[in-house]
Write a protein that binds this ligand. Sequence first.
Ligand SMILES: *[C@@H]1O[C@H](CO)[C@@H](O)[C@H](O)[C@H]1NC(C)=O
Ligand SMILES: *[C@@H]1O[C@H](CO)[C@@H](O)[C@H](O)[C@H]1NC(C)=O
Ligand SMILES: *[C@@H]1O[C@H](CO)[C@@H](O)[C@H](O)[C@H]1NC(C)=O
Ligand SMILES: *[C@@H]1O[C@H](CO)[C@@H](O)[C@H](O)[C@H]1NC(C)=O
Ligand SMILES: *[C@@H]1O[C@H](CO)[C@@H](O)[C@H](O)[C@H]1NC(C)=O
Ligand SMILES: *[C@@H]1O[C@H](CO)[C@@H](O)[C@H](O)[C@H]1NC(C)=O
Ligand SMILES: *[C@@H]1O[C@H](CO)[C@@H](O)[C@H](O)[C@H]1NC(C)=O
Ligand SMILES: *[C@@H]1O[C@H](CO)[C@@H](O)[C@H](O)[C@H]1NC(C)=O
Ligand SMILES: *[C@@H]1O[C@H](CO)[C@@H](O)[C@H](O)[C@H]1NC(C)=O
Ligand SMILES: *[C@@H]1O[C@H](CO)[C@@H](O)[C@H](O)[C@H]1NC(C)=O
Ligand SMILES: *[C@@H]1O[C@H](CO)[C@@H](O)[C@H](O)[C@H]1NC(C)=O
Length: 461
Amino acid sequence: MAALAPLLAVAFLATAAHAADPFAFFDWDVTYMTASPLGVPQQVIAINKQFPGPVMNVTTNYNVVVNVLNSLDEPLLITWDGIQHRKNCWQDGVLGTTCPIPPGWNWTYNFQVKDQIGSFFYFPSLGMQRAAGGFGGITVNNRAVISVPFDTPDGDITLFIGDWYKKNHTHLRKMLDDGKELGMPDGVLMNGKGPYRYNDSLVPNGIEYETIKVEPGKTYRFRVHNVGVSTSLNFRIQNHNLALVETEGSYTMKQNFTNLDIHVGQSYSFLVTMDQNASSDYYIVASARFVNESLWTRVTGVAILQYSNSKGKASGPLPDPPNDEYDKTFSMNQARSIRMNVSTGAARPNPQGSFHYGSINVSQVYKLRNEPPVIINGKKRTTLSGISYSPPDTPLRLSDLYDKKGVYTLDFPTMPIDGPLVIRTSVINSTYKDFLEIVFQNNDTIVQTYHIDGYAFWVVG
Ligand SMILES: *[C@@H]1O[C@H](CO)[C@@H](O)[C@H](O)[C@H]1NC(C)=O
Ligand SMILES: *[C@@H]1O[C@H](CO)[C@@H](O)[C@H](O)[C@H]1NC(C)=O
Ligand SMILES: *[C@@H]1O[C@H](CO)[C@@H](O)[C@H](O)[C@H]1NC(C)=O
Ligand SMILES: *[C@@H]1O[C@H](CO)[C@@H](O)[C@H](O)[C@H]1NC(C)=O
Ligand SMILES: *[C@@H]1O[C@H](CO)[C@@H](O)[C@H](O)[C@H]1NC(C)=O
Ligand SMILES: *[C@@H]1O[C@H](CO)[C@@H](O)[C@H](O)[C@H]1NC(C)=O
Ligand SMILES: *[C@@H]1O[C@H](CO)[C@@H](O)[C@H](O)[C@H]1NC(C)=O
Ligand SMILES: *[C@@H]1O[C@H](CO)[C@@H](O)[C@H](O)[C@H]1NC(C)=O
Ligand SMILES: *[C@@H]1O[C@H](CO)[C@@H](O)[C@H](O)[C@H]1NC(C)=O
Ligand SMILES: *[C@@H]1O[C@H](CO)[C@@H](O)[C@H](O)[C@H]1NC(C)=O
Ligand SMILES: *[C@@H]1O[C@H](CO)[C@@H](O)[C@H](O)[C@H]1NC(C)=O
């Protein structure tokens, strides 16, 4: 595959650049690094020696150019979350569309950020690498002419929360390939750091924790991303109101929360006003959801919110999570209560040229059903509608470019098939400007989150 990279570069240069818009250039060296977030030295993935990686702070219409050097010992792809790829799918950074960057090679991603003003994150998309790091924030700012439905905050704080294993990503990958479960994570990191020692018997001494320093009376925008592997987390800041204003590039109707469930892959912006008396520091907590919390206490991330006039350390119990062990409706209602503010921000024409999403002509309905992981060919695999996707040796778009037949089949079923589970390179057949309605049916006993890569989608029910 290495030999194909120069050819790809040629194809890519042929696409037109939006030269009138500003450019933002980034040079990233992706390396391994040793860190001890949970007190045990382990190999993590860093970008320019930072773990988590740097925040890419850009403004609508910027042409983003990221030269990524892969200094790992295995192939690498970086994907840009929900950012729509205004150039072409070679920038996608997921297996199937693009060739991975071979070890020792570099590849320059080139895309334009458009319309989606808000908070995203990038991450390595291959082989459990995200469980080792390599992620970082993408902040897309509004142009000055675009109005925003709240006053400019006094500060901007990015917070990555996520479950974490002390085992390295190659070990985790091997466990799945050997047909094993990953088991309960060893903890939750916040900005790559372990928990504050809120309880001497639960948290060992000497763990480095995150401290967020703030000024009394000011309002900050917290951009919180769940970058974990599989654990839904309940996020809360002791004694502080979380005013939700944005999620993944869409402004929401402003709404107050004392805590919010943030599922894997989700990004939320909260306005938080420092309106407390600073009698002590405050806990920032992200704890595991939909599990037996008395068994999962170690899967709790704790950082510290510190006022400049703080009178002492945080102590005592953490603020309570929702008390609903047997009732999932609280969490579902919380999610359902979040509404997009459609009277603000940049309008986004849909591919059928209409702003009236309700009157869109749906080209095709797909029902995607996921089922609990099974063993197929000795490996632990999950299936969607009965199929576990097998990445082909030749990426899909490359096989199209060179008219290479037989790499994949355009036969992904519109409805789940009740038959033997298979591993296959099966792809949804769709047409440019089609509108798909996708129904997700969760046949597993745990929460699933879906990432519709490179697409904006509209939740209708
Ligand atoms: C991000 O960029 C915006 C616009 O250029 C700037 O106002 C802001 O201070 C930057 N934020 C950070 C955290 O650097
Ligand atoms: C690799 O990096 C070099 C120097 O930084 C740059 O000139 C070149 O265009 C990059 N190659 C690719 C394929 O992005
Ligand atoms: C929605 O956006 C409009 C326009 O910016 C703003 O005036 C309004 O307060 C917002 N509504 C809510 C509930 O956040
Ligand atoms: C990753 O974990 C495996 C299994 O514990 C170990 O053999 C290997 O040395 C680790 N790799 C690194 C680079 O730490
Ligand atoms: C610390 O955690 C242990 C185990 O869950 C619990 O028994 C103990 O009460 C906690 N201590 C404090 C001070 O909360
Ligand atoms: C949110 O809480 C603040 C006080 O912290 C209050 O002023 C505001 O009205 C509340 N907003 C909503 C939408 O309930
Ligand atoms: C500060 O606030 C806490 C919690 O609201 C309260 O218990 C405490 O008495 C207050 N301290 C002072 C000095 O006002
Ligand atoms: C959670 O685990 C504890 C400790 O093992 C057990 O006593 C309790 O019954 C469990 N709760 C549920 C709902 O399974
Ligand atoms: C949907 O189809 C109807 C009937 O063919 C047509 O009149 C209408 O304009 C279409 N709507 C959109 C948004 O394309
Ligand atoms: C894919 O869909 C197009 C448009 O509906 C159709 O013409 C084509 O035959 C389909 N291809 C396959 C392999 O089913
Ligand atoms: C999964 O599907 C099977 C067969 O349709 C059904 O019997 C079962 O109840 C479903 N399980 C869940 C958790 O949805």
